[in-house]
Design a protein around this ligand. Structure first.
Ligand code: NAP
Length: 292
């Protein structure tokens, strides 16, 4: 007898470069789950229609990527009380099948993925500084991790107003218990950036700069000289695996990692939310071509 096939998909635009289908399909297949992971490339004017199409019995859920991690919020029924509320960004949707109908719940597994990836690099953030480059959806996950780790936060964005707005939303979160300080910077304010880097324990690139371009850097390589010698540079970009930022940091003797580990752990957390099963990490790692 043929089992009915459930579906999960990636909502974003453009998404042809995504590694999630290979990773998630390998995980479904390894556990014998009859499910297919699809690419749902969605132009902005079709986002509402796409989300409505998730209310079908064969859909387990979805991933959400650039540029819809915040735009998708009003189209969902609820947000998970943890990371999705804290970040105001959703990268995973779970379709809850209830007798009364299907409810779409938003989660943010980028937060858990980044947190595990940073711990794996040996990052110790409590009371130390995280400097985040970029103020979009991925920066929100980094900000949530900084709050959870009680790190001091700097956000540097090409539009300082975007960095300020991001921090204002996060500071106003009524569930916040921490008292950490936060600061906004302009990405092209080199003197300020240099001063901020001097006390940074973890520098995170949460811009897409470097994607598909092995020479593109989100900040001048010379600025990395201001980082303390025990600083960690984490690039969320995972294509190429060794970005110009990662290479420049390593050339200065700093610890540095690209975004593959975050991709793996956010994907594993999403898999568990959709299926209720532990993710087969070794299989997912192999599907991504990772050796760590
Ligand atoms: P997003 O919401 O579009 O935000 C991108 C941010 O980068 C915005 O602040 C944007 O500024 C800024 N930016 C874009 N191009 C820039 C440029 N040329 N110079 C300076 N700033 C620039 O995107 P996102 O969802 O945060 O994703 C950011 C990156 O993280 C993507 O490459 C994504 O693939 C990666 N990511 C990786 C993982 C992983 O698992 N490894 C998870 C999540 C995201 P404006 O607002 O001014 O445009």
């Amino acid at each position: 007898m043929t089992l009915p096939v459930s579906r999960v998909g990636l909502i974003g635009h453009p998404i042809g470069h995504s590694r999630s289908p290979a990773m998630q399909q390998a995980a479904f297949d390894a556990l014998g789950i009859s499910a297919r992971y699809e690419l749902w490339d969605t132009p902005a004017d079709q986002l509402a229609q796409r989300v409505a199409s998730l209310r079908a019995p064969d859909i387990l859920g979805a991933n959400v990527t650039i540029p819809y991690k915040t735009a998708i919020l009003p189209l969902l029924d609820d947000l998970a009380p943890d990371a999705a509320h804290r970040t105001g960004a959703v990268n995973t949707i779970v379709c809850e099948q209830l007798p009364t109908g299907i409810r779409l719940i938003g989660y943010n597994t980028d937060t858990v993925g980044l947190r595990i990836a940073l711990h794996a690099c040996g990052a110790a953030l409590r009371g130390r500084r995280m400097l985040i480059l970029g103020a979009g959806g991925a920066a929100r996950a980094a900000l949530a991790v900084a709050r959870l780790e009680e790190a001091e936060i700097y956000v540097a964005a090409r539009r300082i107003t975007a960095a300020q707005a991001l921090l204002a939303v996060s500071n106003a979160d009524p569930s916040r218990l921490d008292t950490v300080t936060s600061h906004a910077l302009a990405l092209d304010d080199t003197p300020q950036l240099a001063s901020a880097l001097a006390y940074t324990a973890v520098l995170i690139n949460a811009t897409p700069i470097g994607t598909g371009d092995p020479n593109a850097l989100p900040l001048p390589a010379s600025l990395l000289a201001h980082l303390p010698p025990d600083a960690i540079v984490f690039d969320m970009v995972y294509n190429p695996p060794e970005t110009a930022l990662v290479c420049a940091a390593r050339a200065r003797g700093l610890r540095a990692a690209g975004g593959h580990s975050m991709l793996l752990y956010q994907g594993a957390a999403a898999f568990t939310l959709w299926t209720g099963q532990s993710a087969p990490l070794a299989t997912m790692r192999a599907a991504l071509g990772l050796t760590f």
